[in-house]
Design a protein around this ligand. Structure first.
Ligand code: GLY
Length: 421
């Protein structure tokens, strides 16, 4: 008897949601004390999305030597922004549907209770620093588009082409081969949205489609990737990006010995988005929120969903009212589940990870799903004198598939290291 992931999700996950208990804590019989759910309590401490792991040493040394908490967090996120090989933020970020890189960022400085944000910025690599400049050099909180770009240039940021050859080729692959199920038309939240498998002329649930359909599609894409000059070792990863446009992002929060706390989030947003689309990352209260009295939180994942639950702000308010960091994050995730009435056929196309740091140094990483694929769990990176990455506590068992949906990926490809590069 085969037991699909969807069946498993239906039968086991909603029970965990209904019971109001985080899946990992419940299933593994773990110690659910607040301490165990929220990490150790040390100060100073920095937490961030796992793509900031390599930059934590520098940020932590700066923080420990008395550096400002926001500047410490910005040092961490600047690493991936500058890295042309990180296609989720800054230079080399995956572009919009027209092949233009558009970046979003925001920051909050706890000690002075200030905020800055930029959205839809082109040609400026370090948008996290531009967001800080909005905070420190203007009477505004948010600048977008061309005005934000001109402001960044006035602040000394150079204009540069952010589209690397690698990202351009992946975009071209998408452009030439993307599905007719693209970002135009009704989204998941629309009452008339239908899963592709339910469309007329199809009839079968996606899980019952012949796996060869997926294999053929992937093989075509891989051949085209080769034609476009994508190196063999990067071809399957490019195919994955085209099949499941990612929402890569980095968030970082930093807390010093005095209890001062700040946070920032930066992203190239959803790959192949409509020009002008802003996700949650530049939205104060969604992609990042810091309250000097409580803590700091930020997000990576499906920006549209996070905006609708004001995720980072919800988490801070939950902690203000007594929840542990883990409980606060799981509650925000449950609001996303609630927005779809627990419909796993829709939720499996979404994902969300929250990085949460309370003012006393307790922290948590929580995610909607275990990860995008088996063996690649969502992680939170931490530095409190000991740099490490920890697997997030997931609300739902299983792995997300990002929107727009495509035929099932054969298991052996899904789990290959090349596909997940
Ligand atoms: N969370 C990043 C985005 O959706 O743009």
């Amino acid at each position: 008897m085969t037991f699909s992931r969807r069946d498993f999700v239906k039968t086991s996950v909603l029970g965990a949601v209904a019971a109001g208990v985080g899946a990992q804590a419940q299933d593994k019989g773990k110690d659910t004390s607040e301490e165990a759910q929220s990490g150790s309590r040390k100060r100073p401490i920095i937490v961030c999305a796992n793509n900031g792991f390599n930059y934590l040493d520098d940020g932590f040394a700066f923080l420990k030597s008395g550096g400002d908490t926001l500047d410490a967090a910005l040092r961490v996120v600047k690493g991936p922004e500058d890295d042309p090989n990180d296609d989720s933020v800054g230079l080399g970020g995956l572009p919009n549907e027209e092949g233009v890189v558009e970046l979003d960022a925001c920051c909050m400085h706890g000690p002075t209770r200030r905020a800055g944000s930029v959205g839809g910025v082109r040609n400026i690599k370090n948008v996290s620093l531009a967001a800080k400049a909005v905070m420190t050099h203007t009477g505004h909180v948010m600048l977008v588009g061309e005005g934000a770009e001109r402001f960044a240039v006035a602040m000394g940021h150079p204009r540069e082409n952010l589209l690397t050859e690698h990202s351009r080729k992946i975009w071209l692959l998408w452009k030439e081969f993307h599905s007719t199920d693209d970002w135009w038309g009704p989204g998941l939240a629309d009452p008339h949205w239908q899963a592709p498998a339910a469309k007329p002329g199809d009839g079968k649930p996606q899980s019952e489609l012949h796996p060869e359909i997926g294999r053929e599609h992937i093989q075509n894409l891989q051949a085209r990737a080769a034609d476009l000059g994508i190196e063999p070792e990067h071809q399957l990863a490019a195919v994955r990006t085209v099949l499941f446009p990612p929402t890569g992002t980095i968030h970082c929060s930093a807390l010093n010995e005095k209890g001062e706390i700040s946070g920032c989030t930066t992203t190239s947003g959803l790959a192949f988005k409509l020009p002008g689309r802003c996700g949650d990352s530049p939205i104060i209260g969604a992609g990042c929120y810091t309250d000097q009295d409580v803590g700091s939180a930020g997000a990576t994942g499906s920006g549209e969903e996070n905006i609708k639950v004001a995720g980072a702000h919800t988490i801070i308010e939950n902690m203000r009212h007594g929840m542990s960091p883990q409980e606060a994050g799981i509650d925000a995730l449950k609001r996303i589940v609630r927005n779809y009435n627990g419909d796993m056929n829709k939720l499996r196309f979404l994902d969300m990870t929250y990085y949460i740091l309370r003012k006393d140094g307790a922290y948590a990483g929580v995610s909607l799903w275990e990860g995008y694929s088996k063996g690649h769990p969502h992680k939170i990176a931490i530095h409190d004198g000991n740099r490490r990455a920890e697997v997030c506590v997931n609300l739902l068992k299983g792995y997300s598939q990002e929107f727009p949906p495509f035929p099932e990926i054969p298991e052996e490809l899904k789990n290959s290291s090349e596909y997940m590069k």
